[in-house]
Each structure stands twice: as C-alpha cells, then as structure tokens.
Design a binder for this molecule. Structure first.
Ligand SMILES: [Zn+2]
Length: 699
C-alpha cells in the first residue's frame, strides 16, 4: 500500500523538524496531577479567549494563564465517539466507535488506564448517560461518577438523560478535597450546553433568548468554582489543567441547528487550553491545526507517562515549547445521517489552510480566510481538492483494519430471516463505502430540521400532531429509519400500538439490524399482549445491542408474563450486570424470587429497589407480602401501610391490608378494607373472596 501523502503538508523548510526536542515539562519533577475538563457541545468561537464577546470570565482567565490552541478539530461531532477518540488518541475508524450507544472494545487502551498504571488515582465525573460506564470509557477509572436511573426516563431520547453541571462540579470538588494529597487524574464532563437546556432560572433571566450562551456562562462559573477549590486546597499549583470540548454546535449555520449531521467548522472546531501548574507558557497561542486525538499523547508526555503505541495522535509538547513543525491534517467523519436519514456517509480532511469535505457533491473551503465556510472553492481549486481527496482516501484505507462494531452473528441473521426480515442488505455497521448515488446530507438538512420541529410538538405534549407529521415525513422516503422509529414511539405514547407496530416494522424493512427498532417493537407487542412475538423481538434487541440493559429488563418482564420464571430471572440478572440500579429489574426479580420461595434473594432485591425509589408503592407492597408469607406480620403491616399512604387509591393495597387484618383476627377491619378495595375495583377477586371468607360478614 502506498504511504499517505502527508508530505504535501510540509509547508515549512526541513530544518524545522531537526530542531532538538525540548520537553515542555520536566517529567516527574513536581509530580503534577491532571484535571481534564470536557465542555460538551462548546464551539471554540463562543469563548472570550477565541474572540467572542465575553461571557466566560473564568475560562478566559485560565486561558490567559495557559496555552491556547486556536485551531483544534474533533474527528466526529458526536458525544461518545468524540470522547472515545479523546481517551484513546485514535480516530473513529480506529476505535470502532462511530455512533452513540456503541461499546469500546476492551482491546483498545485508554488514557485512564495509562494513568492508573502509573499510580495516579483516577476519577471521572460524567454529566450524561451517553458516556455511561457501560459504553467502555470507565476502564482505568477508580471511580466513575454519574448514575442515570433509566427507569425514570422510559421512552426518553437517551441523549437527553443528564446531570446538571452544579452536581457534577460539587462531586468533583468533593473527590479532589478527599484525595488531594495523592497524585490524581480527574476527568470532568459538563453536558449543560447540550439541549435540552436545564439552565437554572436565575441564569435564564440573565440570558433571555440566548440559552446556549447562558449555559456557557453557567458552566464557566462552575469551572471557576472548581478551580477556586483547587487553589484553596493548594492543589492548583500541582495540577496540569486541560480544557476542551467533544464538538461544537451548528446554531443554524449551514442549516444545522445542533450537531452530528454535517462536518463544517461550526460543529468540528473545538477549544483547547492547557494551563501548566507553574503557568509556564502563559499567554502563548498556537495557530497551527491540531486534533482532539493529539490530547492523550500530549498529556502523557507532559506528565511523564508513557504513551501506548495505539495512540495515533501526536505529542504537542514540542509545539508548546516553541518548535515549529509542519501541521498534520485533521480527519473528521459522521455516519449519523447515513445510518438514520438515508444519505451518503461524509468525511472531511483539513490541512493547515483548507477544508475538504468528501460528499456526493464535494466541497472545499479556505477556512483561514473563510471561517464560516461559505465560499466553496471546489471548482476553482481542483488540484488542492484532489490532493486532499487522495490523502483522505489513503487515511481511510490505512484505518480500515481498526476494530469494527461486531457484525451480527450467523445465528442472529438466521433469526432475522426466520422472522421475515430479509429486506435489502443491511446498513453497514463497519466502514461504509463512498456512495455517491445516495442523497448528500447537505440536501437533507432541511428535512432533518423539519423532523426536529415536528418532534418539538411531542415535547410540548401534542403527540398526535407529532405522530402525523412524522409519518408524513417518513412517507416521503421509506428509508428514513429514524423518522419511522420516532413515529412509532409517538403512536406508542398515544396507546395506538397497532399503528406503532406498522412504523417499527417499516424501519426494520430498511434496516433489519436496527436494535432500537427491535426493542421498541418488542415493547409495543408486549403492550398488545402478543408475548411470544414480543420476546423474540426483545431477544434480537439484546443480541444486536448487548449494552441495552432495558431490553433485558423488558424481556424479563415479558418472559415472566409467559410463566418462564427461570428465563426471566436470567434476563434480569443480565440487565443488572449492566445497570445495577435498574429499579424495574430489581422489583421484578425480587417478586420472582419470592414466587420461587427464595426469600433472602427476594428480600435483598426488594430492599435494593426501595433504596433507589423509597416512595415506590409497588415495592413496599411486594416486600409486605413477603413479610406476610414469612410470618412477620408487624413488618408486613408497616410495608402495607406505607404502600397505602403512597397509593391510597390502589385496590390491591386495600385487599392486601384486608388479608393481613384477617390473619390478625381483626375481622371488622378486614371487611372494611375488602369493601374499600371493591369500591375502587369491583373485579378485585382477592377482595371478593376475602369478604366471603371473613367470619363476621359471611353469615
Ligand atoms: Zn457531545
């Protein structure tokens, strides 16, 4: 294979690269810590230190004390893939993580593992479920803070499940206070700039109609607090501070409101600030293009930690210490629109001057002169475009052997076939080829915007308008998988499950390996009491996406409803192995253990469930019944009363209490409870029978 033609980028005379390497930091001298902060969704050009009207006094102050890299690019404008590249120093084709929801193979080394192996205490504070430990980035962290109780978000878009920045900051500050004397690596992730905005009201009032800037100001304030805590504890002058972002935000540029669909600078240009413990190089600005994948090898070099050979990024320490080197081009990609909106996949390569975007209609911009990338030079500068295209193709070819998302097994493919999912070839889960017969994402951005606008109806509670709008968009192109799935979810919310089934099946005809569509279809079939079919779909969902704990939980419930108790327990075990705080899995497994007379296991599960949701009447009910059967009538009374306090209109709660009163010989009280239960639900058989068999009333 031909080597990549990087020499095109040697814009500087050769003597530059033979300058002796001067370490920017004397390794081991002061044993500094590392504090790495990722401000999710932060465009570089919205910081004062990058030329914006100042809403970021704390960050600008820190930038003034550190080195500012002015041209930094993410390899992918999506949260999990970008953070994976940040932590592994590899581009997405070489990590295998191209989209949110995938799992980093354990064979790819991470920055945290390197730091941990060198004796650093390591902790991460995560602001969004998208980076949950199940996706593989927790590897190497002693503590990975951030709990996301998914059972409270049934049906929610996973990207909206988040923890507000003040809690993230408080947890990180506390950990550092507790561990300060030890050498540490702390990663802090603020998700607040990512919609939906949870900005506190006082901040909203200060930024009317400018919530993105308001969120930036809010996170700036939190970072100021975090840093003040380090200063107060005397830790700041022993800590290397690195601040960056995973991607930017479209804010309407090029028709893109958010990020992930296109590859312009609006969503790929991110900040990078490196502040040394002794403020060495304060005020230095580096304008050469660098990449998010360069951060891991750079911090390793600055801290005297060896970089594993798997890191593909470049150590930037020589640039910091003043060495002038030729830039390496920055690769970017997004497969989001390809996988969900039936477009071609797109790729970009930026050298130190130009942006080339490989798409059905390729584009070329001179971003140094045209930072918003409005003046396409593809027809006037063809030689430059051709060179960049060649380099991009070589780079992609060189990464083609990276870890791929595991392809569906033969068994799964056979199962899909037996269920009638034999549509066109499934969307490639690996490296999709350039396919110029597919629509260009830039020609679909208005359709995508329309899709987002329709979804807003759902957020405002007008689910019917949303469902109709989504189905209308889906009708324009049956291959709009994401639109079909969202339409189905809207029908599910409207309890129109038969229509939901149609929508999910339409999505699966185009993309038979879509785990989400199988999961949603399984849930809907369960609602329709078509249990064997539901089980089959949910099983497929777990096989296609083994990190989906909720698919295991719903599969367990469906199996239990079919009387397959042992198989159901196995499903709950698997759910809880991925997500130990899944309330539904704990409650249902507890009930099953109880039915199998496995008292201790049952009690343990129910108590764990109640620790998560102390006000869950269903769990108090279940625990009370278990106490009742075991003869602890006082314990049962306590739990039943609590359940009734929480859920006074539950017929079942009243009939349970009735049974307990009868056991205690308080027949009048028992009869009264059975009567109340029947008033609430005349078909409550337990109450009917109870009333018949309670002595005072059965004359
Ligand atoms: Zn993000």
């Amino acid at each position: 294979m031909k080597p990549p033609r990087w020499f095109h980028y040697l814009l500087l005379p050769c003597w530059a690269i033979i300058l002796a390497f001067q370490p920017a930091w004397a390794p081991g001298q002061a044993n500094p810590n590392l504090l790495l902060i990722s401000i999710d969704t932060l465009r570089a050009d919205h910081l004062g230190s990058y030329g914006y009207r100042s809403v970021t006094p704390a960050l600008d102050h820190l930038a003034g004390e550190g080195v500012v890299f002015e041209q930094v690019y993410t390899p992918v404008p999506l949260t999990l893939p970008a953070h994976t590249s940040l932590f592994t120093g590899r581009n997405p084709p070489a990590t295998g993580i191209r989209e949110n929801g995938e799992v980093l193979p354990s064979s790819v080394p991470t920055l945290a593992e390197q730091m941990q192996a060198q004796g650093f205490q390591t902790a991460a504070f995560i602001g969004a479920f998208i980076l949950d430990r199940r996706f593989g980035l927790a590897r190497g962290f002693d503590q990975y803070w951030g709990e996301f109780p998914l059972h409270r978000y049934a049906g929610a878009d996973p990207s909206t499940i988040q923890i507000r920045g003040d809690q993230v900051q408080a947890a990180a500050s506390q950990w550092i206070a507790d561990h300060g004397p030890h050498r540490f690596f702390v990663f802090v992730h603020f998700y607040d700039l990512h919609g939906p905005y949870l900005l506190p009201a006082s901040w909203r009032a200060r930024f009317p109609g400018r919530f993105y800037d308001g969120e930036i100001a809010y996170v700036d304030d939190l970072i100021g607090k975090l840093w003040e805590d380090l200063v107060r504890q005397g830790v700041a002058n022993r800590t290397l501070l690195v601040i960056t972002a995973d991607h930017g935000e479209g804010l309407g540029e090029h028709g893109e409101q958010n990020h992930g669909f296109l590859l312009y600078r609006s969503t790929t240009h991110v900040p990078l600030i490196i502040r040394f413990p002794d403020r060495r190089y304060a005020g230095k600005r580096i304008n050469t293009i660098v990449r998010l994948i360069d951060i891991a090898p750079t911090v390793c070099a600055l801290l005297g930690v060896p970089s594993p050979p798997s890191f593909q990024g470049r150590n930037l320490a020589p640039d910091i210490s003043g060495q002038v080197r030729p830039a390496l081009p920055a690769y970017s990609e997004t497969l989001y629109s390809y996988r969900h909106f039936h477009t071609a996949p797109i790729y970009a390569l930026r050298d130190n001057q130009y942006t080339f975007i490989q798409a059905p209609r390729p584009e070329l911009y001179e971003f140094r002169k045209d930072p918003v990338e409005l003046h396409d030079l593809i027809h006037t500068n063809q030689a430059i475009a051709n060179n960049l295209r060649g380099d991009l193709e070589n780079l992609l070819a060189s990464m083609a052997h990276g870890p791929q998302a595991a392809p569906a097994s033969a068994e799964v493919l056979e199962q899909l076939k037996s269920l009638g999912y034999v549509g066109p070839a499934s969307l490639s889960r690996g490296q999709p080829p350039f396919d110029f017969s597919l629509p260009d994402p830039k020609d679909r951005i208005s359709l995508y915007r329309q899709f987002q606008k329709v979804l807003e109806f759902e957020n405002k509670g007008d689910t019917r308008t949303a469902a109709i709008g989504l189905e209308r968009i889906a009708a324009s192109d049956p291959a709009l998988v994401m639109v079909q799935i969202e339409a189905g979810l809207a029908r599910q919310i409207l309890h129109e499950d038969a229509l939901a089934v149609k929508d999910f099946r339409a999505a699966l005809r185009v993309d038979p390996e879509n785990a989400l569509a199988h999961f949603d279809l399984g849930v809907t079939l369960g609602n329709l009491h078509r249990l064997p079919e539901a089980s089959r779909e949910l099983e497929l969902a777990t096989k296609l996406q083994p990190s989906n704990s909720r698919a295991y939980t719903v599969l367990g419930i469906t199996r239990a409803q079919q009387g397959e108790l042992i198989a159901a327990i196995d499903s709950f075990d698997r759910a809880l192995a991925i997500d130990p705080i899944d309330f539904d899995a704990l409650l249902n497994r507890g009930n099953l253990h109880f039915m199998l007379r496995e008292w201790e296991k049952g009690r343990d599960d129910l108590q764990r469930a109640l620790a998560l949701e102390p006000n869950a009447a269903s769990a108090h009910q279940a625990l009370g019944t278990m106490e009742f059967y075991q003869g602890d009538l006082d314990g049962a009374m306590k739990e039943y009363r609590k359940a009734l306090d929480l859920s006074p209109r539950s017929s079942k709660a009243h009939s349970n209490l009735g049974l307990l009163y009868r056991k205690l010989g308080r027949n009048a009280d028992a009869a009264a409870e059975f009567q109340r239960a029947l008033t609430l639900d005349p078909n409550n058989n337990e109450a009917l029978e109870g009333l018949q068999h309670t002595p005072e009333t059965s004359k």
